[in-house]
Design a protein. Structure first.
Length: 175
């Protein structure tokens, strides 16, 4: 979670300037293509919603001209498929500013026992923010992923038996 697209240096949630709240996706192009990421984005995003402020603008930030071209092409395909105006913008990326610590791993922060487990492994907030394991658990708590994916991941997450049990109950409730 963070901010991008604006001119203000070092924006914060309460002093955002013209930035947009966004997330940055780090990915391995040998495992998933940018085109596939765009496909997944459009499947999970309502492109017909109008943005009512720069803070909550719907936008894809492309890191170079090739990504911009691919994003614009995928946007056009979506517009043709749904037969409606797509309000999601495609802009060139400038800089990403990570949001404040309390905005990171939102779902995980609501489950203190599990969060404490990760904080033991990652005492620095930046390390917790960048943890793939914490990101996966945050997603499971938020209702994303499947029980099968959870079962494939659980032994690699570094959780105690009690935290595992709490997480399993949460995953079971949502699947």
């Amino acid at each position: 979670m963070g901010y991008a697209g604006g001119a203000k240096e070092n924006p914060t949630y309460h002093n955002l300037g013209d930035h947009t709240e966004t997330l940055q996706v780090d990915y391995d192009p040998s495992k998933i293509s940018y085109a596939k990421l765009l496909e997944l984005f459009w499947e999970e995003h309502d492109p017909t919603s109008r943005s009512w402020s720069p803070q909550y603008k719907a936008v894809v930030f492309a890191h170079d001209e090739e990504q911009k071209r691919l994003a614009e092409e995928s946007r056009a395909r979506v517009a043709e498929k749904i037969g409606k105006t797509v309000h999601t913008e495609v802009l060139l990326y400038g800089r990403f500013y990570a949001a404040e610590d309390y905005h990171q791993k939102y779902y995980l922060r609501g489950h203190r026992q599990i969060l404490r487990q990760f904080q033991q492994h990652y005492p620095r907030a930046a390390d917790l923010m960048n943890s793939t394991a914490a990101a996966r658990v945050n997603g499971y708590i938020g209702g994303y992923g499947t029980a099968a994916a959870y079962k494939a991941d659980i032994d690699r997450l570094g959780l105690s038996a009690a935290a595992r049990e709490e997480l399993e109950d949460l995953v079971r409730i949502r699947n």
